[in-house]
Design a protein around this ligand. Structure first.
Ligand SMILES: Cc1cc2nc3c(=O)[nH]c(=O)nc-3n(C[C@H](O)[C@H](O)[C@H](O)COP(=O)(O)OP(=O)(O)OC[C@H]3O[C@@H](n4cnc5c(N)ncnc54)[C@H](O)[C@@H]3O)c2cc1C
Length: 402
């Protein structure tokens, strides 16, 4: 009999992994707390906690994975390539520039609207005969013994009881499953809130992505489909977010962006509604326990400073897929504890490198001490001029070197 896998959490990671498994002939039950929208209407961006108003910078590796899944043609309808990256600090002379052409790559990655990514993933999941999608259901209990993982869940008045050889917990930063198994997590609150929106500028974006270390926090401005549309992710100190929210603060927000960027992007002409996301780092102490493996934000939630979080999750998911297809080919237990621990070990190096990098960029650039500022600038100049550094960094950022 074919073994079935349960995935708890149908965010961007749970949906992507369900598709990877189903397309490799592994049957999945996918449980999601939120009742998904119907996409019969023309509404592109219904709210969902995972695919909301944000945009994601997908690395080249993530794009490759979606190409393998046969989804890229649909995804790229609302994606745009990054051909150049500029890193600067407000009030400083240093500047680092990475050009796709120089690095001999077609692009560094693609920026996609999460709402579109979610819509394409969900539409595909609904077509897959090997995926049983159960939405609007809250998992309330998780236990396991040597043979199975068992969950209980509620959907309205209905109680569900399910068992599987393997349970994948992709239930987000505050993962119920992680807590139910008693897996601890180290948490660091950055005391920052990311302000996220879409803006229109007078200069075309020309596919340039900016990372600017502003006085308030590291500000990312990324190209979006449409020549003049750009995505903004601006982490600001917690408690100051109310200054930027609400229609009445549109002009105030545009002025602040203008001040932080100067005229690099031309005039900041229009802004969409702003959304805010509290930022913290949450790292699970273990990612594989018995027949349960943690994935996505449930395993590691990191600061969005370099747009690496989801890309890292996609690489995890892809490696787990390789372990599981090998087990399936031998009709071996998909929830084998030793195999899951091997998977976990195999991912630690890539995970730790990304986690450390993002954390040290946030901490390193938030200190306004003039000596540190000078060192950062010399670092940016060195990065821009010393041969050999750029290809290395570019390969890491594109997810091509783990
Ligand atoms: C501002 C911001 C910008 C970002 N930009 C980028 C970027 O450019 N590039 C990049 O690579 N990454 C980026 N990230 C990171 C990326 O958004 C996350 O890595 C990604 O959303 C993680 O998805 P997930 O599916 O693991 O978790 P989630 O999106 O949190 O999904 C978890 C799902 O589980 C469900 N769930 C929870 N509990 C239960 C339960 N008990 N029962 C059933 N279902 C449950 C939830 O409803 C939810 O749908 C950014 C993050 C932020 C905050």
């Amino acid at each position: 009999m074919q073994q079935e896998v349960i995935i708890v959490g149908g965010g961007m990671v749970g949906l992507s992994l369900a598709l990877m498994l189903a397309k490799s002939n592994i049957a999945v039950k996918l449980l999601e707390a939120i009742q998904y929208p119907n996409y019969d209407d023309a509404n592109l961006a219904p709210y969902h906690s995972s695919f909301d108003a944000r945009n994601s910078a997908l690395s080249r590796r993530s794009v490759q994975i979606y190409q393998e899944l046969g989804l890229w043609d649909a995804l790229q309808e609302h994606a745009t390539p990054i051909l150049e990256v500029q890193i600067t600090e407000q009030g400083s002379f240093g500047k680092a520039r990475l050009l796709a052409e120089q690095e001999k790559v077609e692009s560094f990655g693609q920026v996609i609207e999460n709402a579109w990514l979610g819509r394409v993933l969900l539409t595909e999941v609904r077509k897959q005969p090997l995926i049983e999608l159960i939405d609007g259901v809250q998992v309330t209990s998780l236990k396991q013994d040597t043979d199975f993982a068992y969950i209980e869940a509620v959907r309205g008045q209905e109680q569900l009881q399910l068992a599987a050889k393997l349970l994948i917990a992709a239930d987000g930063r505050d993962s119920f499953c992680r807590k139910a198994l008693g897996i601890g997590a180290s948490e660091h609150d950055y005391d920052q809130v990311a302000i996220v929106t879409t803006v229109q500028t007078s200069k075309p974006h020309a596919h340039v992505g900016f990372e600017r270390f502003s006085h308030l926090g590291p500000l990312a401005l990324l190209p979006l489909p449409g020549e003049y549309r750009r995505s903004v992710v601006w982490p600001v100190p917690k408690g100051t977010e109310h200054e930027w929210m609400g229609d009445e603060n549109d002009q105030h927000f545009l002025n602040a962006l203008q001040q932080a960027y100067g005229d690099r992007a031309g005039k900041f002409e229009k802004t969409g509604r702003r959304f805010s996301f509290p930022l913290s780092q949450v790292l699970a102490e273990k990612q594989a326990v018995g027949r349960v493996v943690l994935m996505g934000n449930a395993a590691h939630t990191i600061h969005p400073v370099a747009g690496q979080g989801f890309n890292l999750c996609m690489r995890d998911a892809y490696v787990l897929l390789r372990y599981l297809t090998e087990q399936a080919a031998q009709s071996a237990d998909l929830g084998d504890a030793a195999m899951l621990r091997d998977y976990e070990q195999s991912r630690l190096k890539d995970q730790q490198r990304v986690i450390k990098f993002c954390d040290s960029v946030v901490r390193g650039f938030s200190n306004q001490n003039p000596i540190l500022k000078f060192m950062r600038n010399t670092g940016l100049v060195a990065f821009d001029t010393i041969p050999g550094i750029k290809p290395l960094v570019a390969n890491y950022a594109m997810g091509l070197k783990a």
